[in-house]
Design a protein around this ligand. Sequence first.
Ligand code: 13P
Ligand code: SF4
Length: 319
Amino acid sequence: QPRKAELKARIRRLLAEKQAVLVAHYYVDSDLQDLAEETGGCVSDSLEMARFGRDHPAKTLVVAGVRFMGETAKILSPEKTILMPDLDATCSLDLGCPPEEFAAFCDAHPDRTVVVYANTSAAVKARADWMVTSSIGLEIVEHLHAQGKKILWAPDKHLGGYIQKKTGADMLLWQGSCLVHDEFKGIELELLRKEHPQARVLVHPESPEAVVAQADVVGSTSQLIAAAKSLDAREFIVATDNGILHKMRMAAPGKIFIDAPTAGNSATCKSCAHCPWMAMNGLQNLADVLESGRNEIHVDPEIGRKARVCIDRMLDFAA
Ligand code: 13P
Ligand code: SF4
């Protein structure tokens, strides 16, 4: 496709010209993932995206993902320019946890340590003691539980419930969910497993309990890709956004990856489990923002300073 090749060449040239680096999530378009890797950027899970953006010397980061990822990059590097292909790319977890309601929830439970998932606004993070991502939430809650802390958790009820069950911690859960992972269904997955009895099941913990219960591996996007590579199996059923399949196929050539079934579709559906907001990132709008410098992410400096405390805690813990 000449148009695609032209756009990619334009992006490569603009990244070099503007001394910018591309930081992409595994759920975005495969062309963007490849470009990020090829040009010295990164494609990774939320924790690694945050760390990479913070540590990279580039003055401009282009974040191909959703808004909270751009905001986290800005909070960690207020001196950098953070651009995003589409500023309306949000997340149902972020939308479902408005800062004022969240503050009232925290006010009502002052005895609890506030732990929030990365998929939240800067204002929600500013109110938290800890931020976690799916790759490290379990360890951090384990650590807090061992210190006898009671936890207020927001916003993902499935991830929170999974961590609660695993750690036995006292957790009060906000009732948010990811609109993509919430669609995976336990009964349909059971049926699919009967058709593929040898398949291993890889599940992101934003999925409902009935799906997580059938997993061979539960983990962040990076952890699931690592499992696809290292596990001695030929077939995998994957319960997460199907943008991840591009990287899984590259990491484990010759293995077979099957989308986990979602509500109202058969296992043959190719595009059901795909985040509409991640899908807003494309070659055209990426090239346009690089050219124009539009779509810059701004975070109120006072909110950013407060939010940074809980992000730094996680990064220090992870180091
Ligand atoms: P991770 O890549 O950190 O597992 O998070 C998934 C996610 O929620 C991105 O939307
Ligand atoms: Fe949010 Fe789910 Fe989309 Fe990730 S996949 S950005 S958690 S709505």
